[in-house]
Design a protein around this ligand. Structure first.
Ligand SMILES: [Zn+2]
Length: 189
């Protein structure tokens, strides 16, 4: 492996030389989302930036439950993972404008799963011609944009989406309330 200047990666390697237990469980449990590059927390799962990306903006979606495979999840949790995947695709499309994605799950070490004890969905943004660079990334582990900057940009997008959802939700409940009161007055008159 060629060594290039990548201070963020060195810091990460130094810090996690002796990882104890499952990194997905640890990151979900700890309340240090920025230093853990955790982008978004949902009801049953969360989204984080891959620190060893295949491409810029490589995200992972994982459930809070420490399970090996999708079929161990409740229907509700499985559906939530798809919701989080969709939210991630929207954020990536808006912020880094990829031309396509690879979305996938490796189950079991034989399939290439790096962390096989805790199921996770990979979302890898793709651009025309990036295959020319990907073997280079794999060899050097250097990515085109500083991870911290990517994190800040994507985190801001997730927060905007959250705020929009909350606003829409409160607006729709006001509408429902208005309709309800109108119906009540209709009945009275
Ligand atoms: Zn775990």
């Amino acid at each position: 492996m060629r060594v290039m200047w990548a201070p963020w990666r060195m810091a990460y390697i130094k810090k996690t030389r002796k990882p104890r237990g499952c990194i997905f469980c640890a990151k979900a449990r700890e309340r240090r989302d920025a230093s853990n590059f955790l982008l978004h927390r949902g009801r049953h799962g969360f989204v984080l930036l891959n620190l060893f990306p295949y491409n810029s903006g490589h995200l992972m979606v994982a459930p809070y439950a420490h399970v090996k495979s999708l079929e161990a999840l409740s229907d509700e949790a499985a559906l939530d993972l798809i919701g989080l995947t969709n939210a991630s695709l929207r954020v990536l499309r808006a912020e880094i404008k990829p031309q396509g994605f690879n979305v996938g799950i490796n189950l079991g070490r034989v399939s290439g799963a790096g962390i096989e004890g805790h199921v996770h969905i990979h979302i890898v943004p793709r651009w025309n011609g990036d295959t020319n660079f990907m073997p280079l990334f794999a060899e050097t582990r250097v990515i085109p944009e500083h991870l911290r900057t990517t994190y800040r940009r994507l985190r801001a997008r997730f927060q905007q989406a959250d705020a929009r959802r909350r606003r829409d939700h409160s607006r729709s409940s006001v509408t429902i309330h208005r309709h309800a009161s109108r119906r009540t007055s209709d009945v009275r008159s």
